[in-house]
Design a protein around this ligand. Structure first.
Ligand code: DC
Length: 239
């Protein structure tokens, strides 16, 4: 394992969609009194702006998304709400809208654009460097904060993740809808894991946490305990 020297006080939580990263990260941030940042919400906000400007998937080949990312960041505001990150574009609260299936698809498409990513990553580093925090996404441990004090790769089975998405959308359970969510999830997972720039992958020194069958409390406690141990100088991490 890489030497633990000057690490930033960041807990990086990466993993595929629906692995429970947001619920876990928010609770961990509260327990440790650290700031929380859902970087997926930033890609979603840019995705929503892309839709509002009339873009559709597939994106035009010449589109690099850099101007779109810059203009979104200028008006983007995020705040930890009761049970989720609240997001505004200017005066307009878009917390619900950025979770729609249409925005999910666009967010996944624009997140493959290297120039757009560079701008969001810079902003994420700026936010994390000031006071540390719990940051969740796909590339936090690999690209944004390779020096994070603690890295977690959180995952769960495809079925469990799809069921969580279904619950999140407050939709009635039906085999057809579950199948559609599984299909959408598979498409996005494939795109997020196979893009050229910063694909979703586990950092070598990340703790692999397969949460199927674990309660939220158990996952949160495990991460909080690990972080406290690391802060106390115990570097023996399970892999
Ligand atoms: O975590 P999420 O489902 O809200 O993320 C939305 C999209 O943004 C998803 O397709 C992956 C992408 N994303 C990314 O590429 N890098 C991040 N750090 C966070 C999200």
């Amino acid at each position: 394992m890489e030497k633990r020297g000057k690490k930033v006080r960041v807990i990086a939580i990466d993993g595929p969609s629906g692995a429970g990263k947001s619920s876990v990260a928010m609770r961990v941030a509260r327990a440790l009194d650290l700031p929380y940042l859902d970087t997926g919400a930033m890609y979603r906000a840019v995705g929503l702006m892309a839709l509002r400007k009339g873009y559709a998937v597939p994106l035009p080949p010449a589109f690099d998304g850099a101007d779109l990312a810059r203009s979104t960041i200028e008006i983007l505001r995020m705040e930890l709400g009761e049970s989720a990150m609240r997001v505004w574009l200017g005066e307009d609260e878009v917390s619900g809208e950025i979770r729609s299936a249409e925005v999910s698809e666009m967010a996944s498409a624009i997140s493959a654009l290297p120039q757009l990513r560079r701008i969001l990553v810079e902003e994420q580093r700026r936010m994390g460097e000031v006071s540390g925090g719990v940051m969740e996404g796909r590339d936090i441990g690999t690209v944004v904060f390779p020096d994070a004090l603690l890295k977690i790769y959180l995952t769960a089975s495809a079925e469990e993740r799809a069921l969580r998405r279904l619950k999140q959308r407050k939709a009635e359970m039906s085999p057809e809808l579950l199948k559609r969510i599984l299909d959408e999830q598979e498409t996005r997972d494939f795109r997020d894991s196979n893009r050229e720039d910063s694909p979703l992958r586990r950092a070598e020194d990340a703790v692999f946490l397969e949460s199927s069958g674990m309660t939220l409390d158990e996952v949160v406690k495990l991460i909080v305990d690990l972080f406290r141990e690391l802060e106390n100088g115990n570097s023996a991490l399970p892999s």
